[in-house]
Ligand binder design. Structure first.
Ligand SMILES: [Zn+2]
Ligand SMILES: [Zn+2]
Length: 305
């Protein structure tokens, strides 16, 4: 277990994070409009893609390749989700895969409990720094270093743009029935809050609830509901079993929206070399479905890499 000191939560250092939660309450004051709700959903979707395709599948696991320009765009979209910088995110996530559900795993719900895995570790000052040794591959890019250092700039600019758009709408398209504060409340605060807690379910709930297709050494699960609210990240047992794969839903019925968008981007030539699960996994899985006595598939990563 972590020591008492390590479980400490830093309130002052997390004022921006706490402000997102309190700021969301504004929606009850500024009222509803369709344009504000659609903006909230659209920004949740685009930024979730930045987290899943960018921060997770690209920066943490290098499951596909792209240009330096599109790499930067992925980093900016991921950064707009207000989950700190790309190097910070990838370094901590690589640590999670290395020590999954052991004492050293910073956000294991099995070892440290649900609330710590969901939100506590995010607010712990011990984990606020980036261990660059874990992300040497991307730390060499000055533009990523810049985003990582000044990670507040992109979210703040987004909040300002939304407020300005709201003011312009109120002035020139009053029939939309919105204003600056309403666009800020729905488009930034609520949307970011939903992003936080959908992303965080993968650290917490996806290690507790769901099916275990693969007998991995951690407690990761496949959960269709979590996959829907995270654009495909809920196939977490698949992912822990074979993290090098770009797709996390291993079959067509395992909905993985991030994979569909990356497939489209590959078709357009923007990304390439999307890594897939090896054939051996599918062969073993079809053997398993033929042999009902077998409980779980157990192939070590080295066998299939
Ligand atoms: Zn995990
Ligand atoms: Zn991962």
């Amino acid at each position: 277990m972590l020591s008492e000191q390590e479980y400490k939560i830093d309130i002052l250092g997390n004022i921006p994070f706490i402000s997102i939660h309190i700021g969301t309450l504004l929606i009850f004051w500024v009222g509803f409009s369709w344009v504000a709700l659609i903006t909230c959903f659209a920004l949740w979707f685009i930024r979730m893609f930045g987290v899943t395709a960018g921060y997770h599948r690209y920066f943490s696991h290098r499951t596909y390749k792209t240009t330096r320009w599109f790499q930067f765009i992925l980093a900016v979209i991921g950064n707009s989700a207000a989950q700190l910088g790309p190097l910070w995110w990838a370094a901590h996530h690589r640590h999670h895969h290395h020590y999954s559900d052991t004492k050293q795993d910073i956000h294991s719900p099995i070892v440290h409990g649900f609330w710590w895995s969901h939100i506590g570790w995010v607010m712990c000052p011990k984990y606020s720094q980036t261990d660059e040794k874990k992300v040497r591959d991307f730390a060499q890019y000055p533009e990523l270093q810049w985003l990582n250092r000044f990670h507040m700039i992109v979210p703040i600019v987004l909040a300002i743009i939304l407020t300005v758009i709201g003011i312009v709408f109120q002035q020139y398209i009053p029939q939309l029935k919105t204003n600056g504060l309403q666009m800020l409340a729905w488009g930034f605060f609520l949307s970011t809050l939903l992003l936080y807690h959908s992303t965080f379910t993968i650290n917490s709930l996806a290690h507790i609830f769901g099916d275990r297709r693969f007998n991995t050494i951690d407690s990761s699960r496949n959960n269709w509901f979590l996959a829907l609210i995270t654009l495909g990240e809920g196939w977490h047992n698949n992912h822990h079993f074979y993290p090098a794969s770009e797709r996390q839903g291993f079959y067509w019925w395992e909905i993985d929206v991030t994979h569909y968008i990356l497939t489209l981007l590959a078709w357009l030539g923007i990304v390439w070399n999307l890594r897939t699960p090896p054939k051996q996994i599918y062969e073993q899985l079809s053997l398993k479905s033929a042999d009902k006595t077998s409980q779980v598939i157990n192939i070590s990563d080295s066998d299939v890499d």
